[in-house]
Design a protein around this ligand. Structure first.
Ligand code: ADP
Ligand code: MG
Length: 550
């Protein structure tokens, strides 16, 4: 009977493929508790004249790239019509049981290994209770007592120093990575005073990564998240798109005087880009410093970031301890992973279990290694390898140009960093939006290499190509008459004219002041609007100014 009712309900949900209206006013969800373990850190007390500094700890939810959900066979597809990807279990119908998705465990183990974590051979699932309409069971299955991976470290870098061209390397400790279910989505319809529920996301596998409060400002946090994003994308364990909610970052922020215990923290939510993450953190640090300097106290609260005003605004108080009534999940046995095939119990098929060694062997090249390879392979500077890997699509662009030109890598990187990236940044565009393809840039560089166009001319050609997408470098050179003049007779005539009209300069050169040759070169270039072949011109000028040579 129960299963009949359940069947009918689920059938309705699927058939209608609509949002379920919930005509109740719902309490807002609370997340982490306000436990203050902070005071145990840094116990020495220093003079209060020292400056207040920021402390940042991130909690990150990464949606696991998997075809099906964490505990059910429902497909994971984010563009599907609402409530069309919902199994009995996802809708929490009585009598349904969770079945753990091996792919999600492998993704968490792989991520743990890439972040230098210890993988717990045995981890546990727990129920975390809270009431919210998009959580039909009334609890979330998570890993409170014993997560799948612990004690890792993420090494990240950013460009610092005076000119922002020095690679600064830092580390942040990873406290743990736990597997847990995502909730559904609530959409508030104010007009009809309804909350609409879409359960497509309910039960999708998440990895929650908890970082220690090791960072001190927005720039560091942004760099750490960017590195994590690159790592997850390289591993294929999470697509990492923040604006689509695949990577959700909550920033815990406090201020203190170095050497003193950590201050009370606030938690900033609703941050959907790395740029906003940095801004939200820096705003929050300054706000807390202001509060402290005015003699006030910082409250343990959750705040939201408003990207329009650039401010954080209070969402809810966290002083009262939220009771999640954690309890072991009775329907899931402990999660066991095996070190290698030798540790498998007799009769266990290795394809049916998770073997850490196998995952280790399949780890792809991580971004830090990729950067080192770029430095070795092309002899480029570390800061350039950093930018190539960190700017989406730039490394691929550079390597494609390299394949199609004989130009030295160091010169190509100059073009990619200055001309290409300069234009992209100026117009707030991504690499994929560049109107000049790698092949088109390679063609231009080849023309420069073979003397068809000067280096300053090539820059002019680049600008024209940028504004008139589709035109080749050769077309632009012809149309704008930007080609290098290397016609010997023409150059001889112009040089002769310049030499004849500047006897004082010629005299100085003959008396050993070779620098004056550059002046004559400038005059020749002026005659030809900078298009004279400089090598040829220099040769001719030297010849013509040699004692008695004219
Ligand atoms: P809770 O028990 O409330 O979940 P945790 O100790 O697990 O607290 O920490 C949650 C997150 O808050 C972690 O990412 C941690 O780095 C960060 N955090 C803890 N204390 C501070 C603090 N004083 N300032 C900034 N971040 C902090
Ligand atoms: Mg916690």
């Amino acid at each position: 009977m129960a299963s009949c009712v359940a069947n009918e309900l689920l059938h309705k949900i699927k058939q209608l493929s609509i949002l379920l209206p919930i005509n109740v006013c719902l309490r807002r969800r609370c997340s982490t508790s306000s436990k203050q373990r902070d005071s145990q850190r840094h116990l020495t007390t220093k003079s209060s004249s020292e400056k207040l500094v920021g402390v940042v700890g991130l909690e990150i939810h990464a949606q696991i790239s998997s075809n099906s959900k964490l505990f059910s066979g429902s497909p994971v597809c984010f563009s599907a019509p609402p409530n069309s990807q919902v199994s009995f279990f996802d809708a929490s119908l009585p009598g349904t049981l969770p079945v753990l998705n091996r792919r999600c465990v492998e993704a968490a183990v792989m991520t743990g290994l890439a972040l230098n974590c210890t993988i717990n051979k045995k981890s546990l699932f727990d129920r975390k209770h809270y009431f919210y309409a998009d959580l039909p069971a009334g609890y979330q299955i998570t890993q409170q007592r014993r997560p799948v991976a612990v004690d890792g470290v993420l090494t990240y870098s950013f460009l610092g120093g005076k000119k922002r061209s020095q690679v600064v390397r830092k580390h942040v400790q990873i406290k743990q990575i736990q597997l847990e279910q995502d909730s559904g989505k609530s959409l508030h319809d104010d007009v009809h005073s309804q909350t609409l529920i879409d359960l497509n996301r309910a039960g999708v596998g998440l990895m929650e990564l908890v970082m220690e409060p090791d960072m001190s400002c927005g720039e560091e946090a942004a760099a750490a998240v960017r590195e994590l994003q690159l790592i997850l994308q390289a591993l294929g364990t999470c697509q990492g798109n923040m604006s689509e909610g695949q990577l959700r970052v909550d920033a815990n922020v406090s201020v203190h005087r170095p050497g003193e215990p950590l201050g009370v923290r606030t938690e900033v939510k609703n941050i959907n880009s790395i740029r906003y993450l940095a801004r939200a953190i820096d705003y929050e640090i300054q706000r807390q410093i202001g509060v402290m300097q005015r003699g006030g106290t910082v409250h343990n609260e959750t705040r939201a970031y408003d990207s329009k005003s650039g401010e954080t605004i209070p969402m809810r108080d966290k002083e009262g301890l939220q009771d999640y009534r954690f309890m072991p999940e009775p329907n899931l046995p402990p999660l066991i992973v095996f070190e290698d095939n030798a540790t498998l119990p007799p009769g266990v098929d290795s394809s049916q279990v998770v073997v850490v060694q196998k995952i280790k062997e399949g780890l792809p090249e991580l971004p830090s290694v990729k950067r080192e390879h770029l430095v070795q392979a092309y002899g480029i500077l570390p800061e350039h390898s950093f930018t190539l890997v960190n700017e989406e699509g730039l490394m691929e662009y550079f390597e494609e140009v390299m394949k199609a030109t004989r130009k030295e890598p160091r010169k190509v990187i100059g073009w990619v960093m200055n001309e290409l990236l300069g234009q992209l940044k100026q117009q707030d565009m991504s690499v994929s939006q560049s109107p000049i393809s790698p092949a088109a840039l390679a063609e231009l560089l080849e023309l420069q290499e073979t003397g068809r166009v000067s280096s300053s001319g090539a820059k002019q050609v680049f600008q024209v190509m940028w504004g008139s997408s589709g035109k080749t470098a050769e077309q632009v050179i012809q149309e704008q008459d930007l080609g290098l003049v290397s016609d010997a007779t023409q150059l001889h005539n112009i040089c002769q004219k310049v030499v004849d009209s500047h006897p004082t300069e010629v005299h100085a050169i003959r008396n050993g002041n070779a620098k004056v040759l550059n002046k004559l070169m400038g005059l020749v270039q002026r005659e030809l609007r900078g298009k004279a072949d400089p090598v040829l011109v220099m040769e001719i000028l030297k010849q013509k100014t040699r004692g008695g040579g004219c």
